[in-house]
Design a protein. Structure first.
Length: 554
């Protein structure tokens, strides 16, 4: 196979990574900054949507929509492993300027996923009459549910194949570009939901909005990469056995991990669906909405760490690699935990006030919902601690180590969920929720221990520099609990929104002040001030890409 004429040779000596960590670290910081901004926007839109939708379609129909996405996630997981293959190996090949191998990998991946996803869609279409009865859909909503599911499944499976282009950008560490496209797409979906559901299209409108979002996101990524990456070639003739080996070996392990991850992340909804009903599934989804949305911020760090770790693993000396990876792990865990605690702490302190203002008079079962809400916050705080280490292990090619999370989690769920039924004497949302949260916390601790063993990282240092500093947010949140609860209890819903907004701003300012004075070191203070200056400059410029953002690393 030859290298395209308009690219450098396939294997020139790229020189030492040199400033190893500095160069990659600068890219990581830029990617994380843009990703954080995008995910704040996403989080806000995801929080605004449920009250509007619930008021127009009700909890039972909302439960149908939630159930549809559970099914979609299980279908889509059949090809998810290939995404990790793209990101890891494209990052490695790009570090060595082996562009012919990138083209081969992409061509092989598309040759596998496009036919496979087509078969999955055909199987779903033909099999709907056979498995739809197991969903216990109300007769009045079966036609709408079928149409919505066909739309969502079709576009979701197509997107899994076309995500190869977005994954290529991620592997090239052009994550900032992908986040801009993603932001445009979810804003289009946000507007479409309000228009279509407001017109009375129900879950069909939700599905159509999802269709628009996916078309915009994938279309922008494909258009950009074909125009800006001169060495990109896609052809069946470029498919190779070696690329199939990458997909089967690395992708196969990631695939199994993805199957387990999807099962574990939705197990409480699945159990609730078959033991309690659609309304309970919807209740879990509502309780999970805020905690799941806030996860998007710390996950901004994780997405940037996998390609960075792959780059280092392929391109640095042993000493530089170990030192840089440990530094990545510490800082990633520390800052991701700060982000998680920043949101979780205030929500943990005032769950009733937040839910009362958010859902208004249509809030279903306030006491139970608040309890599930708190459980998901605890779940989120612990689960997010595993993200940086997990991303670094994937970047190093150690995907099998992820079983240190999924297998213990599955075992604990098999023990705890039936135990909750025995203890309570019935299937109940609170029992299922507590069992799932305990299983997640236990599995998170096991994976944390494994990551720190592999990286040679001290548990004492982790507790001192990652866990303890984040408690600042909880101390500040509970100091404000009584004033906020009292104020919310004496005002209406719209006034309550204003109270929560002002309280959140005050809580943020006070937390950051305490963090700056008591926790951050001199270098972190300098980085924080630089970030603020860059954000101010970005706001002035608007959202347009800079010249440096348009460059593809060679």
């Amino acid at each position: 196979m030859t290298t395209p004429a308009n690219t450098p040779g396939a294997n020139p000596d790229p020189g030492p990574l040199g400033p190893s960590g500095r160069e990659v670290g600068g890219t990581v910081r830029r990617n994380v900054s843009v990703t954080v901004a995008a995910r704040i926007g996403y989080m806000i839109t995801r929080i605004i949507i449920p009250p509007f939708v619930l008021a127009r379609i009700g909890l039972e129909v909302y439960g149908i929509w939630t159930t549809l996405f559970i099914l979609v996630s299980y279908m889509g997981v059949s090809t998810m492993g290939i995404s990790g293959v793209y990101i890891k190996y494209i990052a490695e090949f790009n570090a060595r300027r082996e562009y012919d191998r990138i083209n081969s990998l992409l061509s092989t991946g598309l040759a596998i996923t496009l036919p496979l996803c087509s078969l999955l869609f055909a199987a779903f279409w033909l099999g709907w009459p056979y498995f739809s009865p197991f969903l216990h859909l109300p007769p009045a909503h079966q036609a709408d549910a079928r149409e919505a599911m066909l739309i969502v499944v079709g576009i979701f499976l197509l997107s899994i194949s076309l995500n190869a282009f977005g994954d290529t950008l991620t592997g090239l560490q052009e994550i900032a570009i992908t986040q801009r496209f993603w932001t445009i797409s979810f804003l289009v979906e946000f507007v479409a939901i309000f228009v279509l559901v407001g017109m009375g299209r129900g879950i069909r409108g939700l599905a159509e909005a999802f269709l628009l979002r996916t078309i915009v996101n994938d279309g922008l990524a494909i258009s950009w990469i074909w125009r800006r990456v001169p060495w990109l070639r896609i052809s069946p003739r470029l498919c190779t056995r070696k690329s199939v080996g990458y997909i089967v070996h690395f992708g196969g392990i990631v695939q199994l991990q993805s199957i387990l991850s999807n099962l574990l992340s939705s197990i409480e909804k699945v159990v609730a669906l078959f033991t309690i009903g659609l309304a309970a599934t919807g209740l879990f989804d509502i309780a999970k909405k805020w905690p799941m949305s806030l996860q998007t911020l710390p996950m901004a760090f994780f997405g940037a760490y996998m390609p960075a770790a792959s780059h280092l693993d392929a391109h640095a000396t042993e000493h530089d690699r170990q030192s840089s990876l440990r530094d990545f792990y510490l800082r990633g865990s520390r800052y991701a935990n700060f982000c998680t605690a920043w949101f979780c702490a205030l929500m943990f302190a005032i769950p009733g006030a937040i839910l009362r203002v958010w859902l208004g008079p249509k809030e279903p079962d306030p006491a139970l919902l608040a309890t599930l809400f708190v459980l998901y916050l605890v779940w989120t705080q612990w689960h997010m601690l595993t993200g940086p280490g997990n991303s670094i292990l994937r970047g190093m090619g150690r995907v099998a180590d992820e079983f240190f999370y999924s297998i213990p989690n599955a075992i604990l769920l098999l023990l705890f969920i039936p135990a909750s039924r025995l203890l309570l004497g019935r299937w109940a949302p609170i029992g299922i929720g507590v069992a799932a949260a305990c299983a997640t916390i236990g599995a998170s601790c096991i994976l944390l221990a494994r990551v720190q063993h592999v990286l040679g990282f001290s548990l004492v240092r982790f507790l001192r520099e990652v866990i303890l500093p984040s408690l600042v947010f909880y101390v500040v949140a509970f100091a404000l609990k009584i004033p906020i609860d009292t104020a919310i209890a004496h005002v209406g819903r719209w006034s309550g929104m204003f109270v929560l907004l002002i309280s959140g701003l005050f809580y943020t300012a006070l937390s950051l002040l305490v963090l700056d004075r008591l926790v951050l070191d001199a270098e972190e203070r300098r980085m924080a001030r630089d970030l603020i200056l860059r954000l101010r400059a970005a706001i002035r410029r608007g959202s347009g890409a800079t010249a440096s953002d348009a460059e593809v690393p060679a």
